[in-house]
Design a protein around this ligand. Structure first.
Ligand code: FAD
Ligand code: NAD
Length: 474
């Protein structure tokens, strides 16, 4: 097959998969001097996900959150090869990665293979649907640039169609019912952005129908934001109710149809039961009540699931290492258990940490430091001691004396709308409100990778304040 000819044969080949938080932070810190580095990802840019909900309503422009991978790779001292492709297979025995060009335009060659000496997996996760019927067909996700674009288009479509002359009231109400499934941070932040858009902009542009727009957040658990402190959860639920966002807790979506969802809600009811003595008595207990809810747009934010490429690698590991469905199991050096020379970080792993950007970027930085040191040792072993490159790689893999990964939690933040945010910070500091929103803004602004992105995001915020959000439908 078509094998990627690359680099200096006297150096080990380090293959990096993905262009997300883990891989970008890894590449930004890696000393590439002692490796042939190949990056393979279907997306040729890094995406700053924490601000993505703002793109669904036009508070921010999509390109303000994107950073081309070639911008990162071109700054490295030794050339790094970037390939825009989907990785379809990782073979831990032959140590090869197979990838395919899945873009609309493909050339004469669209499939290739690269042999690695070390592999770093940062392929992230995909949206969980739990096999629920109709989610993929009718729901919209919020993970990638194209998802935010679709949500924006669908929202404007719902509004324009609802405004069509003669549209019956019942249909207007259905079209303008925006349902968000999942009360995790993604669902909460999206509902918040949507509410801002309706109140701050749509009131002006759609005066006839705007009062019929309704937002419902559906969550299967008794509360939203499971990872946040209870005081902030209560604050958010109260705030949403004040802002007319209906929060339906204890409600699980069972099926998604074209124009309605099927829900099962856990409710406390008095029911008549026959006791052991054969007598009937009235008891209070939880029962599931099912029903349907019509909707115009449905955003599905129900968490993460393992990608096919990760599942396929897990299936090739020894049997006893295959029982983890959440992702790759790694040791304290982030080496994949049951494989040799494969490392993993971020959302494609199953660890005690939450699948967050914060964890993925710290893991990327840690691995960069590990591999920078190893690269120097390999060169030393190969040049000064004349060792074969494979022996040198095996020798550094022994991990003795190498620092292990340690996570330092900087806190969790979420935007909840109306220029308010919540912050759950280390040391039990929990704050919410308008000042927290300014803190939220400054944290994300300072975390953007480049000055260009910082400026674009700042301009977008100013533009929105001066002119409002754009309602043109692409
Ligand atoms: P990702 O960043 O998802 O990157 C995965 C990369 O792998 C992508 O480049 C993808 O194109 C590539 N890839 C996919 N398939 C393949 C394949 N077959 N072969 C090769 N490459 C592949 N976390 C926080 O800490 N704070 C926040 O405020 C926050 N907000 C968020 C808001 C939203 C809307 C979302 C969706 C997530 C948010 N997160 C936040 C979570 C955070 O984005 C993830 O935890 C983080 O992106 C994980 O990083 P990663 O590198 O593992 O994966
Ligand atoms: P999540 O897993 O945090 O939340 C998903 C929610 O959907 C859960 O509360 C779950 O109970 C609910 N759910 C699942 N199936 C359901 C169904 N059928 N019906 C009703 N409810 C259902 O997912 P997320 O919000 O996408 O977040 C993913 C990861 O990204 C998390 O680790 C999160 O911390 C991180 N993230 C962080 C931020 C932030 O810090 N501001 C923002 C977005 C995402």
């Amino acid at each position: 097959s078509n094998q990627l000819p690359f680099g200096d044969p006297s150096l080990p080949t380090l293959v990096v998969l993905g262009a997300g938080w883990g891989s970008t932070s890894f590449l930004a810190s890696l000393d590439t001097e002692n490796y042939n580095v190949v990056v393979v990802s279907p997306r040729n840019y890094f995406l700053f996900t924490p601000l993505l909900p703002s793109c669904t309503v036009g508070t921010l422009e999509l390109r303000s959150l994107m950073l081309p991978m070639r911008f990162i790779t071109s700054r490295k001292r030794r050339a790094v090869k970037f390939v825009e492709a989907d990785v379809t297979d990782v073979d831990p025995v032959s140590r090869t990665v197979t990838f395919q060009d899945n873009s609309e335009l493909v050339g004469t060659v669209s499939k290739a293979l690269v042999k690695y000496d070390f592999l770093v997996m940062g392929v992230g996760a995909e949206n969980a649907t739990f096999g629920i019927k109709g989610v993929k067909e009718h729901g919209l996700f919020l993970k990638e640039i194209w998802d935010a674009k679709r949500i924006r288009q669908k929202l404007m479509d719902c509004l324009e169609t609802a405004s069509f002359p003669g549209q019956p009231t019942e249909e207007v109400d259905r079209l303008l019912h925006m349902v968000v499934v999942g009360g995790g941070p993604t669902g909460v932040e999206y509902a918040a952005e949507l509410r801002d858009f309706i109140v701050e902009d749509l009131r002006k542009w759609f005066p006839d129908v705007v009062n019929r727009v309704k937002i419902t957040l559906v969550e299967a658990l008794p509360h939203v934001l499971a990872a946040f402190d209870k005081s902030l959860v209560d604050y958010t639920e109260r705030h949403f109710r004040q802002e007319n966002i209906e929060v339906r807790l204890n409600t699980m979506v069972r099926e998604v149809r074209e124009k309605e969802i099927v829900v099962a809600e856990k409710v406390r009811r008095f029911v008549t039961e026959t006791g052991e003595d054969g007598k009937e008595k009235v008891v209070e207990k939880d029962v599931l009540e099912t029903g349907t809810v019509p909707y115009g747009m449905l955003v599905w934010a129900a968490g993460n699931a393992t990608r096919a490429v990760t599942q396929s690698l897990i299936s090739k590991l020894p049997k006893e290492k295959q029982n983890q469905r959440r992702g790759l199991v790694v040791d304290e050096h982030l080496a994949v258990e049951g494989a040799e020379r494969i490392y993993a970080m971020g959302d494609c792993t199953a660890t005690k940490y939450a699948p967050t950007a914060q964890v993925a970027s710290q893991q990327g930085k840690y691995l960069a430091s590990l591999f920078s040191d190893r690269g120097r040792k390999i060169r030393q072993l190969a040049s000064a001691e004349g060792k074969n490159i494979q022996h040198a790689c095996d020798e550094v893999e022994a991990k003795e004396g190498e620092k292990t990964f340690g996570y330092s939690h900087l806190g969790s933040l979420a935007y909840i709308g109306t220029d308010q945010a919540i912050a759950d910070l280390p040391g039990g500091v929990r704050v919410a409100g308008a000042a927290t929103y300014l803190f939220w803004r400054s944290v994300y602004l300072s975390n953007l990778f480049t000055l260009r992105n910082k400026m674009l995001v700042s301009f977008d915020w100013v533009k929105k304040t001066l002119f409002g959000r754009d309602i043109a439908r692409e």
